[in-house]
Ligand binder design. Sequence first.
Ligand code: A2P
Length: 276
Amino acid sequence: MNSIPQLILNDGNAIPAIGFGTWPLDDQQAEAAVRQALASGYRLIDTASRYGNEKGVGLGLAASDVPRKDIVLTTKLRGSDQGYDQTLRGFDASVKRLGLDYVDLYLIHWPLPARGLFPDSWKAMVRLRDEGRIRSIGVSNFQPAHIRQLIDETGVTPAVNQIELHPDFAQSELRDFHKLHGIVTEAWSPLGRGEALGNAVVAGIAEKHRRMPAQVILRWEVQLGIVPIPKSANPARIAANRDVFDFTLDADDMAALAGLDRGHRLGGDPDIYEEF
Ligand code: A2P
């Protein structure tokens, strides 16, 4: 089993180049899947208060013999916990459910710009980071205007922005903005919820490299410096998805995959989407 390379965040902390996603697994499924993922070599595990599975994720971590210090555990602040005091409380509730005393990466799940509370949440997260309860702070589903507002109001740049990204929706403009600010791009639904797997271009490249379509897509993301966090509940697919560090896509493959972008968003539009 090849070990997973790491990227260095703008705060100096390291993050694995691929992670394991847990949406929409329930507690019981998440516990089993996280155990499986850790046994398969994943060290970046992603959950959220909103997923309702932090307890199961925490049990999966506790059941594994991987040392806590080797794991990068991510969770996210839900919409109903936005605001300064609410964020402090929401974070406490998450760590309690997880059974942990610190979180490696804490993200604002959605900006909810109409509520105007995300800068206050960010200030609370900076405090939690300074207190040592969070190692790195970041955002999810943020557009450039939202990130600029955080930087202008606090001087603190997110370490990560976790966004919807897959071959159909390659987000190249947002990635350029991230590069400019030293923000690592994480990809949720990196396989396009499985939709991208049946694409003929992907299938052709997979055949050429004798790999699975999912591995080709995840490798494309890794080669672009994006951190994909594929979800699977299937042990064989969990293992296969992290096994993308012993082959390389050539320039033609990369160009063909880039050509699949149709700007096709599957999830909510961050400028208007609200979930609590
Ligand atoms: P399953 O849990 O049965 O493996 P995304 O991470 O883009 O949201 O995609 C997740 C979906 O893709 C899930 O339905 C998952 O189903 C499926 N999936 C994950 N890995 C693979 C794979 N290697 N091959 C085929 N389907 C996969």
